[in-house]
Design a protein around this ligand. Structure first.
Ligand SMILES: Cc1ncc(COP(=O)(O)O)c(C=O)c1O
Length: 385
């Protein structure tokens, strides 16, 4: 008899952008030049001081398991980071080092959601969120968000969609795919309202640090009763090292410890030693230069896309994404991204990857390539449109 996959896989969707990316690679293998604006990771290499720390750790043969909660020194360095950057005291005891923000999201949902319980997520939103909810047996409740609320949940939207079956709300600021940030008052009010309902809030802050012309607070400034996800992938530019962290309420530390021991044993050891240098002033100086470069790219790309006929009702304040309405240019954004890749050699992501809220009218551009390449992309788009 043929082996069949488990039922839970039925609801989990692959990323459409992966099919686009592999087609782009095929075209490149045939000698075509492709401008990549679909990739959700920084194009910069991991900063040198982090690489040097990793090399030092490997030379010292530091490669055995660490405690499941992470290297104590790294948990303390993250705690200092909260004090230095946000002026907030977060005990290192509450900080858990994870296998990327992905591992942190899975641990938080695994520790919070019972089978059949609902979790509020934004639509559009990061596609893994709804898949992770489903993986732990929960039911994602996709709340449509629009430009009117910066593509973010508001206290009103949360109250409207919260039911007796709800366990948690997932927020992300800055968000993927929209790059928008959540209003400070809204964040504070959602935290206090959900806490009064006995529910949990998971705030994904993995694009913190990549914010332009504004400073945003961490949810930890407003509450100790929150689950905050962060990562070394984006601001620290360590995607392939698979390292992130999760801050949990103190009472949850033993639960998360138990779950982390069983699911992962520990985050990668060489990556943890490398990350000890991530908060050094020499590293931060490099990262801040790169942040300025991301801002230059955003400031170039947004008006150019608008001139081409894409509507961008909210100028993104962070991450490296522009979420644009393409309805004036094509009725189906999936078809549009396919056609532009074939005809013009420009890759960007169709809205379908981010939910069911008018995906055919939206696309996401990632400015994870140089201004010169973005310029080339825009010229080719202009010709093809
Ligand atoms: C909003 C958001 N959360 C979490 C992740 C997971 O990233 P990582 O596991 O590399 O930290 C991503 C990756 O793109 C993301 O966009």
């Amino acid at each position: 008899m043929a082996l069949s996959p488990a039922d839970r896989l039925r609801e989990i969707q692959p990323f459409h952008v992966m099919a686009l990316l592999s087609r782009a690679k095929e075209l490149e293998a045939q000698g075509r030049d492709i401008v990549h604006m679909e990739i959700g990771e920084p194009d910069f290499p991991t900063p040198e001081p982090i690489l040097a720390a990793a090399e030092g750790a490997l030379r010292k043969r530091l490669m055995h398991y660490t405690p499941a909660l992470g290297l104590p020194g790294l948990r303390e360095a993250i705690s200092r980071h909260y004090r230095n950057r946000y002026g907030v005291d977060v005990s290192s005891k509450r900080i858990v080092v994870t296998t990327g923000g992905s591992g942190a999201l899975l641990l938080a949902l695994g520790a919070l959601v019972n089978p059949g319980q609902e979790v509020l997520v934004t639509d559009p939103g990061y596609p893994c969120n709804r898949n992770f909810v489903q993986f732990v047996g929960g039911v994602p409740c996709a709340v449509p968000v629009t430009a009117a609320t910066n593509y973010q949940l508001t206290p009103e939207l949360v109250e409207r969609h919260w039911t007796s079956r709800s366990a948690a709300v997932m927020l992300a600021s800055p968000s993927n795919p929209t790059g928008t940030v959540m209003a400070q008052d809204g964040l504070r009010d959602v935290l206090s309202w959900i806490s009064r309902q006995g529910g949990a809030v998971i705030v994904d802050e993995i694009y913190h640090g990549l914010v332009y012309g504004t400073h945003i607070p961490t949810a930890l400034q407003f509450s100790d009763d929150v689950f905050v996800v962060n990562s070394f992938s984006k601001y620290f530019q360590m995607t392939g090292w698979r390292l992130g962290w999760l801050v949990v309420p103190e009472a949850f530390v033993p639960h998360i410890d138990k779950l982390a021991q069983n699911l992962f044993l520990a985050a990668p050891t060489p990556a943890q030693y490398a990350a000890l240098s991530a908060f050094d002033s020499a590293t931060i100086a490099i990262l801040e230069q790169r942040r300025a470069e991301f801002q230059r790219r955003r400031d170039f790309l947004v008006p150019e896309l608008q001139k081409l006929g894409f509507q961008i009702p909210v100028i993104p304040d962070g991450a490296f994404y522009v979420y644009a309405n393409s309805a004036a240019l094509a009725p189906d954004s999936f078809e549009l991204t396919r056609r532009i890749l074939e005809e013009a050699g420009v890759a960007f992501t169709p809205g379908i990857d981010f939910g069911k809220n008018a995906p055919e009218q939206h696309v996401r551009f990632a400015y994870t390539t140089s201004v010169a390449r973005l310029q080339e992309g825009v010229q080719r788009l202009a010709a093809a449109l």
